[in-house]
Design a protein around this ligand. Structure first.
Ligand code: GRF
Length: 199
């Protein structure tokens, strides 16, 4: 059984795709042992509670320094003792120690085909705005391992999505989620749970 912790900051539609995937048997051999958010208002926390999954909010605002926040965050992770950490729309720069401790056991979903539109500053709608500005005809999503860089870790899975005439960043974001993110993130976890990924 692969025990996973999902880290979130916002709406949590990717978290929902994982919850549903486990329930529907699309993600096999996997248990979500906890959800951690850095944002008190994240709807993702509600989704976790609705699904009966232990949910924790660890906000930097409640700590005097970044170090104290990092420590509390790592402590919570340690208590949950995950085999895999899934970053699903988690807008926090990870403590370096976390990357060291959980090397090759942290994955992230990014809403473009890496190496396009990724790295520092490319998050949320900004990714889709950049894709539209550049005029690409195809974009997509990428699941990758997390290392010390931003979006630089080994790629696990990608899926392409068409950009259509008249797309706004919001419309494109939704299509990338529906046609790529919500499909490949559950799929990647399922493959990892079955040891099908070669590290
Ligand atoms: C997704 O587009 C994800 O790729 C990105 O942040 C967004 C999170 O959406 N990194 P949600 O919270 O899963 O709905």
């Amino acid at each position: 059984m692969l025990n996973i912790v999902v880290c979130v900051s916002g709406g949590g539609t990717n978290l929902q795709a994982i919850i549903d995937g486990v329930k529907e048997g699309k993600i096999r051999n996997t248990k979500i042992v906890g959800v951690i958010s850095n944002n008190t208002g994240a709807y993702a926390l509600q989704r976790a509670e609705d699904a009966g999954i232990p949910a924790f909010c660890i906000s930097p605002k409640n700590f005097e320094s970044r170090e104290e926040f990092n420590e509390a965050f790592l402590k919570q992770l340690k208590e949950l003792n995950p085999d895999l950490i899934v970053l699903a729309g988690f807008l926090v720069i990870l403590p370096e120690k976390m990357i060291e401790v959980y090397r090759d056991r942290i994955i992230n979903i990014h809403p473009s085909l890496i190496p396009s539109f990724c790295g520092t500053g490319y998050y949320g709608l900004k990714v889709h705005e950049a894709a539209l500005t550049r005029g690409v005809k195809v974009t997509g999503a990428t699941v990758h391992y997390v290392d010390e860089g931003t979006d630089t870790g080994r790629i696990i899975m990608q899926k392409a999505v068409d950009v259509l005439e008249g797309d706004t960043p919001e419309v494109l974001q939704r299509r990338v989620m529906e046609q790529a993110e919500w499909i490949i993130l559950p799929k990647a976890i399922d493959q990892i749970a079955f040891g099908q990924r070669v590290k």
